[in-house]
Design a protein around this ligand. Structure first.
Ligand SMILES: NC(=O)c1ccc[n+]([C@@H]2O[C@H](COP(=O)([O-])OP(=O)(O)OC[C@H]3O[C@@H](n4cnc5c(N)ncnc54)[C@H](OP(=O)(O)O)[C@@H]3O)[C@@H](O)[C@H]2O)c1
Length: 295
C-alpha cells in the first residue's frame, strides 16, 4: 500500500524535521510556511510547495500543523476553514489544554477530525528511537493516521479529551524547566569561585540521579494524599534555601530563581504540612479556576 499524502504547515526547525520524516518515509508531502524560502530544500528533495494554507489542506487528508503557538495555528486554519471538512488535523504546536479543546471543537464544527500532540523530542531526534509524541483526541481518529504518526517516533495516546496531551506536555516541561533552574543556579554558584562547571557536573549528575529515586515514592504519597514526615523535615529545607540565597548574595550570584521555591516551602510549613508531597496541595490551593474534571 502506498504511503498516505501528508501536508505540513509550519517549517520552523521542528516543522522541517517533521516534513523531512514524511519525505524520508515516502509520503507524498505538501508543505506551507509563511517564509516560503524555508521550504526550498524540502522541495528539492521532492516536497510540493503549497501557495496557500488552503492549498496545503486541499492536498492531503492528513494535515500536520507545527507553528509558534496556537493563536498562529488557529489563524492559519481560519484562512483555510473551507478545506477542513474530511481532514484530520494533527496539531503538534505547543499550547494549553484550553486552546487544544477550543481548536478541537472548531475543527469538529468545520467537519474535520482533530488530534492534539505534544512532541517530546528535539528536531534531530524526530524519527529516531528516543522520540515520542503525546496525543489526545478520538482514539478512532488516531488509529486511522497511526502509520503517519509513527514516522515521527513513539505514539503515546493519553486520552480522548483533546486537552490532555497539552496538559501532559506542559507538566513534563515543568519538570525539565525546574531541573534546568537547578543546573543554572549550581553552575553560577561554583563558577563564581572559579570552579569549572564541567568539573562540578561530575558531582551534580550523580547527585540528581540519587535524588530522582525519590520521584516514585513522593508521587505515591501525592496520590495517597498523605503528609507524613520525610527523611529531611521542611524546616531543614527552608534553612538550606535561605543559605543558598545568603551565599548567593555574598558570591555576587542572583538567587532569586529559587526564591519562589523557598516561599512555597514556607507557606507549606505555615499551613502545617510536614512533607514534600504536601507541597503539591499548597500549589493547588487558589489555582482552581479553569480546571476541568481531569485536573
Ligand atoms: N524545537 C524544539 O525542540 C521543539 C520541541 C518540541 C516542540 N516544539 C514545538 O514546535 C513548535 C514550533 O517550534 P520550532 O522549534 O519549529 O520554532 P521555530 O523554528 O521558531 O518555528 C516557528 C514556526 O512558526 C511560524 N510562525 C510564527 N509566527 C507566525 C505567523 N504569525 N504566521 C505564520 N507562521 C508563523 C514560523 O514561520 P516563519 O518561518 O515564517 O517565521 C515557523 O514556521 C512550537 O510550538 C514548539 O514549542 C519544538
Amino acid at each position: 500500500m502506498s504511503a498516505a499524502p501528508v501536508s505540513v504547515i509550519g517549517l520552523g526547525v521542528m516543522g522541517s524535521a517533521l516534513a523531512d520524516a514524511m519525505l524520508a518515509a515516502g509520503h507524498p508531502t505538501t508543505v506551507w510556511n509563511r517564509t516560503a524560502s524555508k521550504s526550498d530544500e524540502l522541495v528539492t528533495r521532492g516536497a510540493h510547495r503549497a501557495g496557500t494554507v488552503a492549498a496545503a489542506l486541499a492536498a492531503s487528508r492528513v494535515v500536520v500543523v507545527c507553528v509558534l503557538d496556537n493563536s498562529v495555528a488557529h489563524q492559519l486554519l481560519d484562512e483555510a476553514a473551507g478545506e477542513v471538512a474530511g481532514r484530520t488535523i494533527v496539531n503538534l504546536t505547543n499550547g494549553t489544554p484550553a486552546q487544544a479543546r477550543h481548536l478541537a471543537a472548531w475543527v469538529g464544527e468545520h467537519g474535520g477530525e482533530y488530534l492534539d500532540g505534544g512532541i517530546m523530542a528535539t528536531p534531530p531526534m524526530i524519527g529516531g528511537p528516543d522520540a515520542y509524541v503525546l496525543y489526545s483526541g478520538q482514539a478512532s481518529a488516531l488509529e486511522r493516521v497511526r502509520p503517519v504518526l509513527e514516522r515521527f517516533g513513539g505514539v503515546n495516546h493519553v486520552g480522548e479529551d483533546p486537552g490532555l496531551a497539552a496538559l501532559y506536555d506542559l507538566a513534563l516541561l515543568s519538570g525539565m524547566y525546574g531541573m534546568l533552574a537547578g543546573w543554572f543556579q549550581s553552575f553560577a554558584m561554583v563558577t563564581s569561585e572559579g570552579v569549572a562547571a564541567g568539573e562540578f557536573a561530575t558531582l551534580l549528575g550523580p547527585w540528581l540521579q540519587a535524588m530522582a529515586t525519590y520521584l516514585t515514592p513522593i508521587a505515591e504519597e501525592v496520590d495517597a494524599k498523605s503528609d507524613l514526615p520525610d527523611d529531611a523535615p521542611l524546616p531543614a529545607h527552608i534553612a538550606a534555601l535561605a543559605n543558598i540565597a545568603t551565599a548567593g548574595a555574598a558570591q555576587g550570584v542572583r538567587a532569586d530563581l529559587l526564591a519562589p521555591l523557598r516561599e512555597l516551602f514556607e507557606r507549606a510549613a505555615a499551613a502545617g504540612k510536614v512533607s514534600l508531597a504536601g507541597l503539591v496541595d499548597v500549589l493547588h490551593a487558589g489555582a482552581t479556576a479553569g480546571r476541568t474534571a481531569h485536573a
